[in-house]
Design a protein around this ligand. Sequence first.
Ligand SMILES: [Fe+2]
Length: 186
Amino acid sequence: MADSLISSRAVAGAASSSLAATAPANDHKAAGTLQSGLTINAAFLKEIKDDNRQLKTLWDRAGELVAHRQVASNHYSELVGLIEQLCDQLAIHFSLEEAYGYFDDAVDVAPHRSVEAQRLRAQHPGLFTQIQALSDQVARIDRADLEKLAKWIERFDVFQCKFQLHEEAELNLILDSFDDDLGVGD
Ligand SMILES: [Fe+2]
């Protein structure tokens, strides 16, 4: 690990998510040092926390709106706008994960994790394409067509499950890498 930043249990706890990252090389003043000699960048942590807070708000409200087809129909305009926002936020989320290089850091700490890191990173384009498609589809549904709304909700639920599995796998990768760094990994 370079003299940059790693996320870890500390970051996971702070951000309620699973990201590690690399701070800009000239940004050490904003970074705090962990026991392991790695550093945490305060500005980066704020970005991660803001992103995760926003994502949680969107997922929570989306969950309420898709709980029943009639609810989705009653709040159709809000639902369309919300899914658009979710699409935009996921673009930010994936960009943050990639731009700050947590995949690279996880691999730096534990090179044998590289296959998993590459597998997870490769999921981002597909996940983003799916939420874009879901956003386009819901915008074209007649709000009175409850059958179509129900089918869209089923697809949205599948997407949410996929995203959650992806996030959990990323968190496990980071935590395993952190354990490797501490010498307590498998
Ligand atoms: Fe990801």
